[in-house]
Ligand binder design. Sequence first.
Ligand code: NAD
Ligand code: DAU
Length: 357
Amino acid sequence: MTILVTGGAGFIGSNFVLDWLASNDEPVVNLDALTYAGNRENLASLEGDARHVFVHGDICDRDLVDRLLAEHRPRAIVHFAAESHVDRSIHGPGEFMQTNVTGTFTLLEAARGYWSALETGEKAAFRFHHVSTDEVYGSLGPDDAPFTETHAYEPNSPYSASKAASDHLVRAWHHTYGLPVLTTNCSNNYGPYHFPEKLIPLLIVNALAGKPLPVYGDGRQIRDWLYVKDHCSAIREVLARGRLGETYNIGGWNEKPNIDIVKTVCALLDEMRPDAAGPYERLITYVTDRPGHDRRYAIDARKVERELGWRPAETFETGIRKTVRWYLDNQPWVQNVLSGGYRDWVSKQYGNQDACA
Ligand code: NAD
Ligand code: DAU
């Protein structure tokens, strides 16, 4: 028994692979193109572990995917690989269409070919698990109920539109060809190995360097935060026992305005790594808003709890404390990530404003 994971050198994918191999011995074939967001250092603890086979390659490469399926004969594919940053999708949507749409299509077609030829028992057991986002549902008003699985798809950014397209492809491959798929739509993750272009790691990295903490617009946008290891446990549950063709929303019951997140991170750093120059909140800097910025996301995660008994193990308070601690304890990882390519991105995104490096 083996699973094929795509994007397993990224933030959530690497946490998933590490947690998977910590909790059982089923091998993982990890296909990742190592874009700027992929980092083999996340998987350094698996060096020499025969249960982990890393393959540097692109999900859009059909021949490669076909070869991997034929050689390793996985019982499941868990598909994380994607371009994942909304701001990058605004600057350059092309790569999002390529990986998120064409890549998912390529993977589905390869999976269909492989699955169709399996013998009856293996065919019945096979799963294609598509990892998606709450952003496909669009933006909520302040008094709207949280997103359920039947909420209309109303994606607003190139990123969320590309993820919505991929969700539709996965759904269609189930309805038309019978491919045994599962889809999870999750809210904002945070935790170890999070690339510091995203809000929480960016705050920690900038604060420690004495740089501005950029808050888009009025800072009152709301996200529903989930500790990454809880997302990984939810995927394991859905993969094991989810109903075929179903979608499960995954969230932390943790709605917070961005400015509260910023202040919480500042307070934790004041406690764990006080700065002689004064409280970290002095670095908060309001900057131009993200174009088309979604105001509020919130996940109704009752279905996955009702059907599979899954609930997050961490509260926001415990998860964010662990996260800040992890960044303080893993400065070599942070310094390696802050490469030339990262600096180019920061100057493109924040360059003309009085925030960031
Ligand atoms: P990430 O950007 O940190 O990692 C993406 C990984 O995919 C990287 O390792 C990258 O090298 C790899 N990749 C990109 N293009 C590829 C290609 N063409 N072929 C092979 N590998 C490729 O992303 P993440 O935050 O870990 O997100 C993983 C998945 O979870 C994505 O599908 C994302 O849409 C979804 N998701 C993320 C969040 C979140 O808060 N980060 C929340 C919900 C859902
Ligand atoms: O909701 C799930 C999604 O969460 C995932 O699908 C995406 O892959 C993931 O990147 C994340 O998207 P967001 O756009 O919500 O995450 P980000 O960390 O980029 O931003 C979180 C909020 O913080 C958002 O309202 C924008 C704001 N923000 C972000 C940055 C980078 C700032 O105010 N300042 C910043 O510098």
